[in-house]
Write a protein that binds this ligand. Sequence first.
Ligand code: PMV
Length: 315
Amino acid sequence: MSGEGIGFGKAILFNEHFVVYGIPAIVSAIAKYTRAKVEPKEKAGWTIVDNRKATPRYKEDKIDQQKDSINRMVKKMGLDLSKNGVEITLEGNLYVASGIGASAASCVAITRALSKHFQLDYSNDEINEIAYEGEKGYHGTPSGIDNTASTFGGLIWFEKGEENIMDKINLQNPVEIVIGNTGKVANTTAAVAGVKERREKYPQKYAEIFDRAENIAYLARDALQDEDYKELGKLMNENHKLLQQIEVSSRELDFLVKLARDQGAYGAKLTGGGLGGNMIALTPNKDIQERVANAFEKEGFQSLRTSIGVTRGSE
Ligand code: PMV
């Protein structure tokens, strides 16, 4: 038996970092995915062939984390690889970089492929739970937002709690975005740890920022439901300001955010862990999308033209 499965990439539209502390966040899967294939092999254990296209250094930097992640998932699934092992191959059209949910997409894809290979018939909820365990290999204490978007697809309101809240937000029409890649591999664990340290040091300042972030999430959900993209863009700009205040932006991210706004994006902000990685620009028609993406490319940055609100949960 062999098995295959995919996991979507994602972009956080609102409240990365704040989500770790239970503040609501909004995330969208994007129509790019990592695919995993699992083949039996005679030797014990697992091996991996990683054919994903990636930002230089990304795969090398994360190799130990990837190993820890796969071991965690194999353990959680209770697989016995002591006699016959598996070879896992990763591929797909998601260009692997920081901030785009690459680790979660690979965890979901691997879990789905192993589930097929071993005929475990996992539900999406089970896939999500195992992928969350795999995410711990990369992040330590992930909020769970990435694996949720990667498993279920679509646009999701997410709140971390004893029981996570995951509500679908349905859009009438998909909306164009551009994702700009700084080309810098970022360390999400370090970014999350930095926020924790500063929050403890400046409780009053951080409490105010976190309150506003919470407010923004509710306003953004209304704007999405009303398809009010001017308002949504303004809220993204404000969200970026809060992320700057908690010191997770970077020179390159701020540069791309400004460039996107100058080229007509309705709003722009960093997306994901920050300190490098990716940013997202709201460009709700093809012309603006093209203009922003071309401007990024002219400056030597990679851009991804995609949409939010399209992908659905899928195997
Ligand atoms: O850097 P990424 O794409 O893995 O996103 C991390 C999102 C954070 O909110 C910073 C961390 C988390 O666990 O939610």
